[in-house]
Design a protein around this ligand. Structure first.
Ligand code: GLY
Length: 357
């Protein structure tokens, strides 16, 4: 099995240095917006700031290089690192700083960062003055292929991930691949887990593509799903493939006070293979398809075994509390017709598959 570093090196080697940036539209009527993918694209941020904005608040974290060229008064707000910063306390702190600086309803928030920043800043944008404009400048691979796109904003509660939030679309998303040059290797792992997921949402040749093409294909897949089902009435739930176990693992990791012992994309990688095993046990897919899941996850240098600290009884309890579940065990599962949401999966089978994971 290759390491995540090897996979990253190979991905960059396959990349075409002269690739031109691409602009992909997320078509949502009057709330449509562009997602710009390519090197050097954060230089374009000013063109997406509202014309009537006199101030821009850049919400970011220490350590994320801030080189954005903005032509208005800039208020820089830093939030803490890690999932624990995705909290109502952070939302209150950011909102208070906006208020203290007389940030108005026509001003614009720029979220410069990974998924924690885009989720928190997006939720502040959704709620401050009952909604202000915001732009996501994604600085992590995970944010570029998932978190920054589609207007899901929100924070965690001690009881679980993303339990408080809102749908609030940004005015633009910028995926500047230059920002990945300094991305820590564990964050690459995180992005790879989400990209691996898109393989099962129809991106067949994913593994052979270069960096810009992998991001672009992932974005196009997500955009197409969100345009069909913005508020997750049906198809959008499929984007959560592998996420039921992943969210439970992340929550357990936080409950154990080992924050960041598992990152979102790493947990998704485990969740993808778990979901495939579950689908196999339910007679939905053949064993070869489980092997294919393992091969794809492997090809990104990711592990698909449960971490040693995982407590299966706690995971079971947390999966019942998943947002998509209604107290039952609900998963997105593969099948002969592709992915679908499957409710009321028997607990006995879930427990058995957890035992062998
Ligand atoms: N991350 C899944 C979604 O945006 O729906």
């Amino acid at each position: 099995m290759s390491s995540v570093s090897d996979v990253r090196a190979e991905l960059l080697r396959r990349s075409v240095p002269s690739s031109q940036p691409v602009e992909i539209e997320l078509a949502l009527g009057e709330r449509s917006y562009p997602i710009v993918v390519g090197r050097g694209t954060s230089a374009r941020v000013e063109e997406f700031v509202g014309s009537s904005s006199s101030k821009v608040a850049v919400v970011t974290q220490a350590g994320i290089p801030h080189t954005l060229q903005l032509e208005r008064e800039v208020l820089l707000i830093q939030i803490d690192d890690g999932e624990s910063a995705k909290s109502l306390a952070t939302v209150q702190s950011v909102s208070s700083q906006l208020s203290r600086h007389e940030f108005g309803r026509h001003d614009t928030i720029v979220a410069l960062g990974g998924g924690v920043v885009t989720d928190v800043a997006g939720f502040v944008a959704a709620t401050y003055h009952r909604g202000v404009r915001y732009i996501n400048v994604a600085s992590s691979l995970l944010a570029m292929v998932d978190a920054a796109i589609g207007g899901k904003t929100g924070v965690n509660l001690p009881e679980g991930k993303n339990l408080v939030g809102a749908f609030w679309q940004p005015s633009a998303v910028i995926c500047d691949l230059d920002l990945l040059d300094t991305l820590p290797i564990r964050e690459w792992a995180c992005g790879f887990g989400e990209i691996a997921k898109y393989r099962f949402l129809g991106v067949d040749d994913l593994v052979e593509l270069g960096l810009q093409e992998q991001v672009e294909r992932s974005v196009r897949t997500k955009v197409e799903v969100v345009a069909r089902d913005e508020r997750e009435g049906s198809a959008r739930a499929l984007l959560n493939y592998g996420h039921t176990l992943a969210h439970a693992l992340e929550t357990q990791s936080r409950l154990n006070n080992v924050d960041h012992d598992i990152r979102h994309g790493e947990a998704v990688a485990v969740g993808l293979v778990f979901a495939a095993r579950l689908a196999y046990r339910l007679g939905r897919i053949p064993l070869e398809r489980v092997a294919e899941h393992q091969r794809i996850v492997d090809s990104f240098g990711l592990s698909y075994t449960l971490p040693s600290w995982a407590d299966r009884a706690v995971l079971l309890h947390l999966m019942r509390r998943d947002k998509k579940a209604d107290g039952d065990l609900t998963f997105v599962l593969d099948g002969s017709g592709g992915l679908e949401v499957v409710r009321n999966v028997p607990e006995r089978i879930v427990v058995e598959v957890l035992e062998e994971s």
